[in-house]
Design a protein around this ligand. Structure first.
Ligand SMILES: *[C@@H]1O[C@H](CO)[C@@H](O)[C@H](O)[C@H]1NC(C)=O
Ligand SMILES: *[C@@H]1O[C@H](CO)[C@@H](O)[C@H](O)[C@H]1NC(C)=O
Ligand SMILES: *[C@@H]1O[C@H](CO)[C@@H](O)[C@H](O)[C@H]1NC(C)=O
Ligand SMILES: *[C@@H]1O[C@H](CO)[C@@H](O)[C@H](O)[C@H]1NC(C)=O
Length: 304
């Protein structure tokens, strides 16, 4: 791995602990041991975790591409799907979180406000990192912690070319806060009695309302997926399953909710993902293919 130069700004970024998202100094020192290649990667890592925090992420979401991603970046998030290329990754990583933050109804998924690195190994061009990230659901649900485990791979220009992310215990977190999410939806939709305790139905109603509102606004002309608003609501509320928290990359309503925030960016690309077929993002997939197929162009191997 070639690293041209190390600027003092990188070194300053590394030792800064005031920015909200932090790599504790003792971990950073151990993981780099003062070696220039490792220190340079640590700087790029600090920049990324700072950038992937609200409100900064919302500014980055407005840009088509992100300077920290290589054009050939490919990545994967275990609870959803695989994402290739700079623009698509800006949309899914920064754009999705920005869309959640902009909603003023009860959120089905939160957006990251900061993260603290918990475990770190840097061996260029690869990084293995585990962070305790704080995700904001707003309202009574509030900020929730989630441990996020990631393999990163950098190129010679310190841009990310690969990432493989697992959200540890995400299903457990989602189950834990489901009653809070349900209560928030019941309150804003003015639903009372036994129906206010049917959390699955409430979440599916919320998801359908959010998705169909975005569909009405952005999926017009040849991008239109549903003939009418009522057909959209009926499909997403009654014809598809809600979907489990681990299954946001297959054919269900939760998966389509992950994509509603994307419609504003490139309707022609994203509208099929909320439509009846789910396009190539919310389609039927096999557990075995998801587990056994390696989608990465470059290996996550130190020294490779
Ligand atoms: C992260 O955000 C949470 C919620 O706003 C806050 O309580 C916590 O102090 C923040 N952590 C850091 C390291 O800034
Ligand atoms: C957006 O892109 C422009 C042009 O490349 C860049 O100058 C600006 O810093 C970017 N904004 C953010 C928030 O990264
Ligand atoms: C949030 O609420 C305000 C007023 O209650 C409304 O005007 C605005 O359109 C809402 N924003 C979104 C994204 O729904
Ligand atoms: C909620 O529903 C009740 C009963 O139908 C009604 O009396 C009340 O006005 C509604 N409140 C709101 C805020 O819509």
């Amino acid at each position: 791995m070639r690293v041209a130069s190390i600027s003092t700004s990188i070194l300053l970024a590394v030792s800064s602990v005031s920015a909200g998202s932090v790599i504790p100094k003792e971990l950073a020192d151990l993981a780099t041991r003062g070696e220039p290649d490792r220190v340079a990667i640590l700087g790029a890592l600090q920049t990324f975790i700072t950038d992937f925090s609200y409100p900064r992420l919302a500014d980055i979401a407005k840009n088509i591409t992100y300077s920290g991603f290589a054009d050939t970046i490919n990545g994967r998030l275990d609870i959803t799907q695989e994402y290739n290329g700079n623009e698509l990754n800006v949309e899914y990583i920064f754009g999705f979180a920005a869309a959640c933050a902009a909603l003023n109804t009860t959120l089905l998924l939160g957006y990251p406000v900061n993260q603290t690195v918990f475990a770190l190994a840097i061996d260029p061009p690869v990084v293995s990192i585990s962070a305790i990230a704080n995700y904001d659901w707003k309202g009574d649900i509030g900020v929730q912690p989630l441990q996020v485990d990631t393999w990163f791979r950098y190129d010679d220009d310190l841009k990310l070319v690969g990432y493989d992310i697992s959200m540890r215990r995400f299903s457990w977190l989602f189950e834990t806060i489901t009653p809070l999410i349900g209560a928030g939806i019941a309150k804003e939709l003015n639903i009372t009695g036994p129906d206010a305790l049917d959390y699955e139905r409430l979440m599916q109603t919320r998801a359908a309302l959010d998705i169909c509102a975005a569909h009405d606004q952005y999926c017009t002309g040849e991008n239109q997926q549903y003939a009418t608003h009522a057909e959209c609501i009926d499909t997403l509320q009654n014809k598809k399953p809600l979907g489990k928290p681990w299954a946001m990359g297959i054919d269900n309503t939760m998966c389509r909710w992950v994509h509603f925030g994307m419609l504003q960016y490139r309707p022609a690309v994203h509208c099929p993902h909320v439509g009846p077929t789910g396009g190539d993002m919310c389609n039927e997939r096999s557990y075995y293919a998801a587990t056994l197929n390696n989608p990465f162009a470059l290996p996550f191997a130190a020294g490779a």
